[in-house]
Design a protein. Sequence first.
Length: 365
Amino acid sequence: MTYDIAIIGGGIMGCSTALRVVAGGMKAIVLDQGDLGQGASGVNAGTLSLQIKRVKLMPYALKGHHLWEEMGAAVGFAKTGGYTLAFNDREAELLKERQTMKAEAGAPIEFVSNNRLRAAEPGLTQKVVAASYCAEDGYANSSLTGQYYRGCLQDAGIEYREQNAVTAIKKLKAGIFEIATPQGVVYAKRLLLAAGAWLKPLAALLDVNLPVNARINTVSVTERMPPLMSSVIGHATGLLTMKQKANGTVLIGGGWQGRGTPQEGRGEVDVASVRPNLALAQYALPALGDARVLRSWTGFEANVPDFYPLAGALPNVPDAYVLGCVRGGYTIGPYIGQLMGNFILGREPEMPLFDPGRTFQEDTI
Ligand SMILES: Cc1cc2nc3c(=O)[nH]c(=O)nc-3n(C[C@H](O)[C@H](O)[C@H](O)COP(=O)(O)OP(=O)(O)OC[C@H]3O[C@@H](n4cnc5c(N)ncnc54)[C@H](O)[C@@H]3O)c2cc1C
């Protein structure tokens, strides 16, 4: 059997695109080297915060937020609102500059007085000099990603194969892709590479060099604590995100780096990197000093030098596409997957995609 499209990578990007192309009439198969949603999509911090999104990606993040809200309890969605804090004048300036740009890009972000912050979050340190608030912010439970999307694929009648690593791809004369896995060969008219931090070696199977790098982000979780905060809390530098789940545990992240490479497995926690992350969390919320950290873990987040997504046609390979390297991709994934699906279906996407064949220049705003 020849599928209309084979999607390699069953993370949030691959699964959300699969749902859209199949809704548009295509016959699709999703292949994953592990289980669905066990890559970055299943180990991330789950923060759905417009305050930590890149300005140019704000319209995509706003759409993503609405989709998470619709998924609701099935993904552990909670709209709590979120505060971003500055502890000195330099951070306050940074906060003002960044959040003003994000507000201008459409995020409902406002600056709030210390009195309002203290009334809402009395457990926070008194050392806050400036704070912003976004009522749309919240979180979902990333460990439910795989289970959720597996159910969606099943409901839509989409075939998926887990534990099926793609090891070779050939384009046959008839224009069909022959995709080899140790469990057998799959034939498809089109191909979507959605392999997250593993995109570079996957594209290399088609002789395409994608400039993909991987960051190794760390997340930590505490034991169950009495109620300490009700909103998502971040820091002006982006080096802290934290939220307390309904079960009392506190999830702490902020992009602190672990060790390892995607090829080697899941990566290792670097204690020297976790310590300052936890210290910043405790500085913001002193009662965390009483909490034991139960576990820290890492996950691989893909990016390209300009930190914008790869979303569009794969250069030099007709009928092949790539979707990945989306900063804040947990938030934006469900929406950019729909855009990608529309593009593959030959429909005009509602918002522009991000040409994977562009020249990459560093850009950090
Ligand atoms: C620790 C961490 C914290 C994060 N926190 C947040 C956050 O709070 N908020 C937010 O918005 N974003 C966050 N992100 C970013 C977000 O998780 C990612 O942008 C998003 O999940 C990427 O989805 P993906 O589908 O591209 O990749 P992945 O979820 O990694 O999926 C790629 C899939 O491809 C499969 N694959 C790879 N190679 C092959 C192959 N050869 N054959 C078959 N299958 C293959 C893998 O098994 C994997 O399942 C975080 C990321 C990390 C790592």
